[in-house]
Design a protein around this ligand. Structure first.
Ligand code: 13P
Length: 269
């Protein structure tokens, strides 16, 4: 089920050839960072040069408190800023929450919805995730919709059915491809150093692609970018992005340092 960063069968493939969609690398800082840490964003901006910018999109999602500052710091760098969550409603009596419209107002262009840590910590269900994705669409943001099976579900042979259910129940029916990104993040791979085999990633991404075409229509479904996430590091990124239907990567811990994040994004050069 897991491996330590080697895909011998894939080394002959050109990473950038695995997808015809424009690659996307998203960094998720989770509940980490500070004003000082925004220096890493500035360094990322310096490393995200014209050659790389012409090839890929780069999005960084800092904690909510730092989204506005990050959006200011990112001006002119080519890096887009996203948030890690939003409320489904536009406004109202929801103490402590932030709407997708508010995120757009402070310069965010993307928002993550349905991350497994929110599904666990806040008991978010597929219907909640769908409502948040609709909110992102309404506010003109790109939704990075995360899904993936737990360790127990994979061991019970249910990984594919769980992912299919999450996709079916959380993707809004009329979502345009440019506003939707799917992040396949097996829960057991997040922050553990464990990564699925290339074959497993390929199987799940192919399934997601097929279902997206059925849900959104063939053309839109083929244009939605599908990212892999879970223990992505500079040491395994090239092999992961060589897998068919992997349109990019969703990076947690390794996005905190500009050097690591740029090394990962730099495989698309
Ligand atoms: P890690 O890269 O730290 O495993 O986190 C993955 C993740 O949850 C990104 O959303």
């Amino acid at each position: 089920m897991s491996f330590s960063g080697r895909f011998p069968l894939l080394l002959k493939k050109e990473p950038a050839m695995s997808s015809k969609n424009r690659p996307l690398v998203v960094g998720n800082w989770k509940m980490n960072g500070s004003r000082a840490a925004l220096g890493e964003l500035v360094a990322m901006g310096k490393g995200f040069d014209g050659a790389l910018r012409s090839k890929i999109d780069l999005v960084l999602c800092p904690p909510m408190t730092h989204v506005a500052l990050a959006a200011q710091a990112a001006v002119g760098t080519g890096i887009s800023i996203g948030a890690q969550n939003c409320h489904a409603k536009v406004s109202g009596a929801h103490t402590g929450d932030v709407s997708a419209e508010m995120l757009a107002d402070i310069g965010a262009t993307a928002v993550m919805v349905g991350h497994s840590e929110r599904r666990t910590d806040y008991k978010e269900k597929d219907a909640d995730v769908r409502a948040k994705a609709e909110a992102a669409q309404r506010a003109g943001l790109m939704a990075v919709l995360c899904l993936g099976e737990t360790k127990a579900e994979r061991e019970a042979g249910k990984a594919l059915s769980v992912v299919r259910r999450q996709l079916k129940d959380s993707v809004p029916a009329n979502m345009p491809a440019h506003q939707l990104v799917i992040g396949y993040e097996p829960v057991w791979a997040i922050g553990t150093g464990l990564v699925p085999t290339a074959k497993d990633v390929e199987e799940v991404h192919a399934l997601i692609r097929g279902d997206l075409k059925r849900l959104l229509g063939k053309e839109e479904g083929s244009k939605v970018r599908i990212l892999y996430g879970g223990s992505v590091k500079p040491s395994n990124a090239a092999e992961l992005l060589a897998v068919d239907n992997v349109d990019g990567l969703l990076v947690g811990g390794a996005s905190l340092k500009a050097e690591d994040f740029l090394t990962i994004a730099g495989f698309y050069r």
